[in-house]
Structures are given as C-alpha cells and as structure tokens.
Design a protein around this ligand. Sequence first.
Ligand code: ATP
Length: 248
Amino acid sequence: MLEAEGLMVFYENMLALNNVSMKCGEKRIVGVFGANSAGKSTLMYTLSGIMEDIRRKEEMAGGERITVLGTIRYRDQDITGVKPSKRARMGIILCPERRRIFPESTVIENLRIGGFLASSGQARETLGYVFRIFPALEKLKKRVGGFLSGGEQQMLAIGRALMAQPQLLLMDEPLLGLSPLIQAMLMRATREIREEKKISIIVTEQYARPVMPIIDYGFILENGAAVLEGTRDDLMNNPDVRSAYFGV
Ligand code: ATP
C-alpha cells in the first residue's frame, strides 16, 4: 500500500532522516519507535506530504532550507512531491502529535471539521462509529476541545482523523503523556479500527511496550536512520530492543 525508499530530510545541513526505507501493506499496523528527535515526526510529515508545505513556506519566507529526497509510492502511484491535500483525498491522513485539536471548538465541531473530505452520508456514519468506539466523546460532544483531558483530546484527534475517511492513518505519538490504562484503551481501539475499517496504520511512539501488542511489523529509528526492523516477534526477542525500548 505504501512504500518509501531512501527518504532523506535535511533541515539546512542537519540530517533529520537518513536514507529511510519502509513499507506498510494493506490492513497492516506498522510501528516506528525512536527516542526524542529520532525523526519520527519528520517521517510522518514526509509521508503525509505536510513536509512539502513546510518546505514551501520556509522557502517563501526566506527561512530554513529544507531538502527532501527519496521516493514514496502509494497504491502503485508515485506520490513523491504530491501536495498533502491531494494525499489526504487519496486516503493518507495524519493524526498529528500533541493532539492538535481546535481548543476553542466543541467536540462535535472538531469532528465535523475532520469530515470536510467526506460526503454527508459518510460523515454521519463515521460520526456514529467514532461515538461507538469512544463513548466518552458522545457524552462530551458540546464541551470545547481545550477543556478535555489528555486522553479525551487524543480520542478526539483520532476521531477527527477517522472523519476524513483514511485508508492509511498516520498516528504520530498518540500515547504521549497518557496513563498506562488510557494507553491500553487507545491501542485496543486502534486495533479495532483496523479490523472494522480495514485500513492500514503507521504509528510512531517513543516507547514500544504499549504499542507492541497491536503491530504486525516495526522499525527502530535512531538519529534519523532505520537501524532495525522486523516482525513483532523479531523485535520482542531482540535483546537490544528490549533494553532500549522496553526498559528491561
Ligand atoms: P520528538 O519525539 O521529540 O517529537 P521526533 O522523533 O519526532 O522527536 P523530529 O521532530 O522528527 O523527531 O526531529 C528530528 C530532528 O530534526 C531533531 O533533531 C529536531 O531537532 C530536528 N528538527 C525538527 N524540525 C526541525 C526544523 N523545523 N528545523 C530544524 N530542525 C528540526
């Protein structure tokens, strides 16, 4: 479904992604694990195409020079250089880090904004689906986003991404700063979303442990490079991965 090859991203002369190649098949969940500044967000921006927008904005403002190299194929099409809005219409939807919901809009408004790419029928159906997997959100639907707890905001961020009808959902650090209980609930919901919607998901996270149970395949990023990859079992049985990402 998605295949990236030789991705390199430079912020000026700083290499943030170093020759990263990765794949995510249809209906797969792929994990990308790495410490702070390993390049997780840079990778997600590059796959979703938002990096193209950031690069152009910087160029127009005479700011930082950002260079993106490598190729990205999605369902047998070369999408390298395709605008993020077009990638979104093709089904590549980013659920960004730090829960970028609209804090002054209510839960229902946030969800409706997410549904701007959907037909009204799809939007209605998906809204029902979002409230079914996250019943807490239905009770909070008139509450403004900024007054939600961290976990509720993350549910809303995922719900909003679902409203955009993803085929490939990119989740950037969805568990950041949340309690283990909420983390487990969100990962169960993510797996259910894959089963029910039959979509592919790439999820980044600093710590592998809470994400491991739901992934089919995983990559370890270090200083912008994919230093290790494998199936869940390969990674779980690798002593280096265990010590660095499981704390055992
Ligand atoms: P975190 O968990 O802290 O979000 P990350 O793995 O998502 O980390 P990135 O945000 O992709 O990492 O950052 C990778 C590297 O690129 C870091 O060293 C970061 O400081 C640098 N970087 C990110 N964005 C920019 C930018 N706009 N200009 C310059 N350097 C940047």
